[in-house]
Design a protein around this ligand. Structure first.
Ligand code: GUN
Length: 291
């Protein structure tokens, strides 16, 4: 069994970007600039956005964090996005999800200029991804693909079972794994809350991507010997033994699944850091495409 070390691969990706940014600076070219919008004070979102902004600084990108009140109107938020669309210094825009209930995710995503859509959530980006055209790939599935590529894991012809069909992870993951690329070329089954024979399907999987957001959902009895396990879950679970009051759990029961797996991502330190690295790659491309 080999651990897929997201911290290590993410660091390698960030180091590469750091060099590329330094080259751009030396050539007098524009430095990539990411704008992140955080609405409200959701604890997990604060952590993720904080981490994205810190990583920008580490690599040498510019970043702007725009914090908005939970009560902001949808109209005002769309106005802020329009301003960023029209600002030539901003290369990438991300609006951290989830948004408060009175704001439509769809309207927000559709308002972001597709050329600055570093999250890859805009319908133009999704459409291009489905057609296999160059575009922004959503950061988490993009990060998983970078990880598979880094470890030179042969995915061709393998049966991948993706648990979860969210627009952020499960659905794009299923498209990328089934694409005629390397990594890719998998036969993909996408499972969700209405899937009847989930355990049987998982037992047939050479690769399981768990992205349903239910802590320790995937247990050893659902996993074939030698399977590759990608755990996308990051749920905060109350834990009075921890100073911060919670611990982070993945969607896979790591201790019992790991001995059966050929490769497995830990939580934390697996897919999470790769998500940030992929977002940084997208931001770099947004900038270098235009400048
Ligand atoms: N919320 C959870 N994951 C993501 C992500 O990748 N991007 C944004 N914008 N919000 C998220």
């Amino acid at each position: 069994m080999q651990i897929l070390d997201g911290n290590l691969v993410s660091q390698a990706t960030r180091d590469e970007l750091k060099i590329k940014v330094a080259q751009r600076v030396a050539e007098g070219k524009k430095v990539p600039h990411l704008a992140a919008i955080l609405v409200g004070t959701n604890g997990a979102s604060e952590t993720y956005v904080g981490s994205k902004v810190r990583t920008c600084e580490e690599i040498g990108f510019k970043s702007t964090l725009i914090r908005l009140e939970e009560s902001i109107s949808e109209f005002k938020l769309l106005g802020v996005i329009e301003e960023l669309n029209n600002d030539p210094d901003i290369d990438g825009i991300l609006v951290q999800l989830p948004l408060p209930k009175h704001i439509s995710d769809e309207k927000v995503i559709n308002t972001i200029d597709a050329s600055k859509d570093v999250d890859g959530f805009h319908p133009v980006s999704v459409g291009k991804m489905v057609q296999g055209l160059p575009t922004f790939i959503p950061a988490t599935p993009h990060g998983v693909m970078l990880m598979l590529a880094h470890y030179k894991i042969d995915t061709k012809g393998k049966h991948a079972v993706v648990i979860g069909r969210s627009n952020i992870v499960g659905r794009p993951m299923s498209i990328l794994l089934s694409a005629g690329t390397n990594p890719g070329n998998c036969t993909v089954t996408i499972c969700h809350s209405h899937t009847k024979n989930l355990k049987e399907l998982c037992l047939q999987a050479d690769i399981i991507v768990a992205a349903l957001g239910k802590p320790e959902f995937v247990t050893a009895d659902m996993v074939k010997e030698g399977a590759i396990i990608i755990d996308v879950g990051i749920t905060r679970v109350e834990d009075p033994t921890k100073k911060r009051g919670y611990s982070i759990k993945g969607d896979v029961k790591f201790d019992e699944v790991a001995p059966k797996a050929s490769y497995i991502t830990p939580v934390p330190g697996g897919v999470g850091p790769m998500t940030i690295a992929a977002l940084m790659k997208n931001t770099f491309h947004a900038c270098s495409e235009k400048n």
